[in-house]
Design a protein around this ligand. Structure first.
Ligand SMILES: [Zn+2]
Length: 291
């Protein structure tokens, strides 16, 4: 599914304005597409034949609704949906031109290689990705390999449930061995208010790991997200208290998990090195005595 397609003269046409029965071309794979409308669906183009390598082919209705929701949130005159970048053979979901930001909505799993490649490609043409992850696929107990990488860059979760106004949110979380062992409070993120990190020293002992990791790799944040809350916590005592509490919880939770793992390892050692050999020896002695 896609919101835009190409006419014969390479001009982009919006699905709501396209003629039914007329064949257009996909902006991603250039294969033939036609428009589809209905009382319960967003007008969109669909591929006339299978095109599994085209990213636009597998886009869902929720994906399109999230694009439209972002267009409503961001200044309309500065936002472009499904902008093609022919030099890198990609079509960006939502581009916020003055800030050189691309909002990439991800409703399906992807590999870390694909995530890294997409970030590199857009970086080559001067844009930075802000990831929007569908929280029915990501934000689960097991951390997806690509999610681990993406969570260190500007990235938020979204409640995409066939609704026009999904919530874009950030959250406190604690990871251990690729598992999300604790999920904290969620914060609604105001994507129309980006900010750049001022010069600031982030002491490892004081701040939750998440904040240390993100601030080491990016200087972009949005109002309402964790980095913004951390910056505000210098002047807002309630926020400082919440972050200090979460950091204390993180230290406690991680040390409890490490203790549990030590016990598990100790039990394994006792079983393999003592109990099982002892059992074998006993059986051997009993068999010998019975003979
Ligand atoms: Zn296509």
């Amino acid at each position: 599914m896609t919101l835009y397609a190409l006419e014969e003269d390479e001009i982009l046409i919006y699905a709501a304005e396209a003629e039914e029965r007329r064949v257009y071309r996909c902006t991603g794979c250039h294969r033939p597409v036609k428009v589809r409308r209905g009382p319960y669906r967003v007008p969109h183009f669909y591929h006339l034949s299978q095109s599994p390598t085209c990213r636009l082919y597998s886009k869902s209705q929720d994906h399109l609704l999230a694009q439209l929701a972002l267009q409503k949130i961001l200044p309309a005159a500065q936002t472009i949906l499904e902008k093609p970048f022919p030099e890198i053979l990609r079509v960006a979901d939502v581009v916020w031109e003055p800030y050189k930001l691309i909002f990439e909505i991800q409703c399906s799993l992807l590999t870390p290689h694909e995530a890294k490649q997409r970030m590199r490609d857009y970086q080559k043409v001067g844009y930075q990705i802000v990831w929007i992850l569908d929280d029915r696929v990501f934000n689960r107990r097991i951390l997806r390999p690509a999610e681990k990488l993406i969570r260190q860059t500007p990235c938020y979760y979204a409640t995409l449930r066939k609704q026009m106004f999904p919530i874009f949110y950030d959250q406190f979380e604690i990871f251990h061995n690729e598992r999300r062992i604790r999920r904290g409070q969620c914060f609604k993120v105001e994507l129309k208010f980006p900010g750049r990190l001022p010069v600031f020293t982030w002491e490892e002992k004081r701040w939750p790991r998440q904040i240390i990791q993100k601030t080491a790799l990016t200087n972009l944040f949005f109002h309402g997200d964790l980095i913004h809350k951390a910056l505000l916590s210098d002047t807002v005592p309630a926020l400082r208290f919440a972050i200090e509490n979460f950091r204390a919880l993180e230290i406690l939770t991680l040390s409890q998990h490490q203790q549990k793992e030590k016990w598990k390892l100790l039990k394994k050692i006792v079983r393999f090195c003592f109990l099982e050999p002892l059992g074998l020896l006993m059986r051997h002695l009993l068999e010998k005595a019975a003979r």
